[in-house]
Design a protein. Structure first.
Length: 332
């Protein structure tokens, strides 16, 4: 007793439907009762009756008219064969756009050391792309390493299937060779022990804002004391950064000798006034030409200009000690 064939689903040309799968389902339906579907015209009429929707109905109507030569269309005997029907509907509803997407996906696939996975992904995409011959072989070999291609060049093949089997074989051989090389290298090369970390290395790169105090500094122990970073930024009374007072070097140092300027540079002082709390651009003091003067209060830039001179201490011998006059007793 034969089992009843399941009813065929409708093809609507949607994106989630593959026309090739629908055609395969049609052929499976015909094979359940081959005596009833020996005539190809009956097969085509039945398949066209299982199409619906605005995307497929215009194609079905045109194909039916060309196959029968009705509606003003010239009859084409090839349209009455199942192979021609298959070619026309696949060309219409797969099209060039799907082939282009499949080719783009092929370009994104790369060989990652597994020849079986690489070839499987490309073969799946080639079902939609439909490449064969030289075009198919060049696209597959473009991402393979030279070692595998060198092994492949020693063989000859007539068909794409034979070429694919040889490629898979030589790819596996090359991968096995690389695995044996890695294993041999790991066995022959002794593993060096990790270097011991010195205890003093923990102090390297320590934050300069903090310093250790106490008697245990060398041993890496003891509490920490915060150390304020040095800041040479000159600020005004309103605690805002002062703007540059001078911008022209020659104009700011027009009256100072070259030797005096160089000496102040070495001492890291202002080259105009010889103070060490600002630079020549921020200097608001009167220019100090000679190097024999210094300010009394260097830390306070608001003090007026008060030059001072050094005095020589003269050492004098101590004065002779004078005895107080003797008391004279006068007797009257």
């Amino acid at each position: 007793m034969k089992n009843a064939a399941e009813p065929l689903y409708f093809f609507q040309g949607d994106d989630n439907q593959d026309v090739r799968n629908w055609l395969t389902a049609c052929e499976d339906y015909f094979d359940r009762n081959p005596y009833q579907w020996e005539n190809h015209s009956h097969r085509i009429v039945f398949a066209l009756g299982k199409t619906k929707g605005n995307k497929v109905v215009p194609f079905a109507e045109k194909y039916r008219k060309v196959m029968g030569g009705i509606g003003g269309f010239t009859r084409d005997p090839d349209y009455a064969t199942w192979e021609r029907f298959r070619q026309e509907i696949v060309k219409r509803y797969i099209g060039i756009e799907e082939e282009r997407r499949a080719l783009d996906e092929m370009d994104r696939i790369s060989y990652k050391g597994k020849i079986d996975t690489y070839l499987l992904l490309l073969e799946n995409l080639n079902i939609k792309a439909g490449l064969s011959g030289i075009a198919w072989r060049v696209r597959v070999e473009s991402k393979l390493p030279q070692e595998i291609l060198r092994r492949l060049s020693h063989f000859s093949f007539a068909t794409d299937e034979e070429w694919m089997e040889i490629l898979r074989k030589v790819g596996r051989q090359e991968e096995e060779l690389l695995e044996r090389g890695k294993l041999t290298k790991s066995l022959t090369t002794p593993h060096a022990p990790p270097p011991k970390r010195k205890r003093e290395e923990s102090d390297k790169g320590f934050n300069t804002k903090y310093e250790k105090r106490g008697s245990d500094n060398k041993a890496g122990k003891g509490p920490f004391r915060w150390k304020a970073p040095r800041n040479n930024t000159v600020k005004n009374k309103n605690n805002t950064v002062a703007k540059d007072k001078h911008t022209d070097w020659k104009k700011a140092h027009s009256e100072i000798k070259y030797d005096v300027v160089e000496k102040r540079k070495r001492e890291k002082r202002c080259t105009r006034c010889s103070m060490d709390n600002h630079t020549w651009k921020k200097c608001r003091k009167p220019i100090l030409v000679a190097a024999t003067f210094a300010y009394k209060n260097r830390g306070n830039p608001e003090q007026p200009f008060k030059p001072r001179t050094s005095t020589l201490a003269v050492h004098q011998p101590p004065a002779a000690r004078q005895e107080p006059p003797a008391k004279v007793n006068l007797i009257r």
